[in-house]
Design a protein around this ligand. Structure first.
Ligand code: KPL
Length: 293
């Protein structure tokens, strides 16, 4: 299958390497155009995979059947909008990032669009990408034509298992959004690994209570306790991780807060809900970003 991966960061390189090893015709697409991209991934079992792959080839892009977008949420619309006119009308877009709301920033189009969330963990170490934990990628349709693309789950699963297809992906997206609303800002504020958050049970409970209220208004069947159990499960499974927001704040990078807590607050406002605890965290992270030198 002909595939372009937009965003060659840690997760993008893990996918490029996995798809290439599976025999797919893949290229990377970088912000600053390059003829090649170097992919160096070390799997969690220590196996190294080095590839030199084509990059930024407009013919490859125009013939791609899948555009896999692994950028940070705040980079998506800026990078994707100029590419949309160059895509084949049947090219499927798969958006794989933390947070929600990027699709609202895209112009109306008729492409099949899929949205996904993943629990694979990868991080950069110099010029190498460490694939530190295998996980599950949940994907599903978020445009009418996306519904006919379930076969892609199988294709992607063969390259980088596990991939699960969900006809109703919104519920999985919201659960991951809640996890990110709790873990990401709190770890960035307290400067601790995910496991350190067990010291803040009251705050976690308030955050989940507020998120549950919004989810119920959005039409999902959930409750504070269900979300709490899910959040604690992720905290436990990723106890040693440094969340992406903690890493962003430490490196003085733009965070994904606008698409995580910011998205939750925007949806809450539409339902006339006020979320004091989430608002406080949102403002705290915005304050931190404004203090970067
Ligand atoms: O998605 C994550 C992130 O760090 O962005 C979690 C699930 C919190 C894992 O660290």
């Amino acid at each position: 299958m002909k595939i372009t991966v937009l965003g060659c960061g840690a997760l993008g390189q893990v996918w490029l390497s996995a798809l290439c090893r599976q025999g797919h015709d893949v290229q990377g697409w970088l912000r600053v155009p390059q003829p090649f991209c170097l992919v160096n991934v070390i799997d969690e079992d220590g196996t190294a995979h080095n590839h030199t792959l084509p990059a930024n080839d407009p013919v490859h892009l125009a013939e791609s059947e899948l555009l896999l977008v692994t950028l940070k949420a705040w980079q998506v619309s800026g990078a994707l909008i100029p590419l949309l006119p160059q895509l084949h009308p049947d090219c499927t877009l798969l958006l794989l990032h933390n947070g929600m709301g990027t699709q609202d920033e895209l112009p109306a189009n008729t492409l099949p669009i899929l949205q996904g969330v993943t629990t694979h963990a990868a991080r950069r170490d110099g010029n190498t990408i460490l694939h530190v934990a295998r996980g599950i990628t949940h994907i599903g349709p978020s445009s009418p034509r996306g519904r006919a693309m379930s076969h892609l789950a199988e294709t992607l699963h063969h390259a980088l298992p596990d991939v699960a297809w969900h006809d109703a992906i919104a519920a999985a997206n919201w659960k991951k959004l809640v996890v990110n609303c709790v873990i990401n800002p709190l770890t960035a504020i307290y400067g601790c690994p995910n496991g350190g958050l067990t010291a803040y049970p009251e705050q976690i409970e308030r955050l989940c209570r507020e998120a549950a209220q919004v989810m119920v208004f959005e039409g999902f069947h959930t409750a504070t306790d269900t979300l709490l159990a899910y959040v604690y499960d992720v905290i436990e499974r990723t106890a040693a991780n440094h969340s992406s927001m903690l890493q962003d704040v430490r490196a003085q990078r733009h965070t994904e807060i606008d698409y995580i807590t910011g998205y939750l607050l925007r949806r809450a406002r539409r339902h006339g809900l006020h979320l004091p605890e989430n608002t406080r965290l949102f403002e705290h992270i915005k304050q931190k970003e404004s203090e970067y030198e």
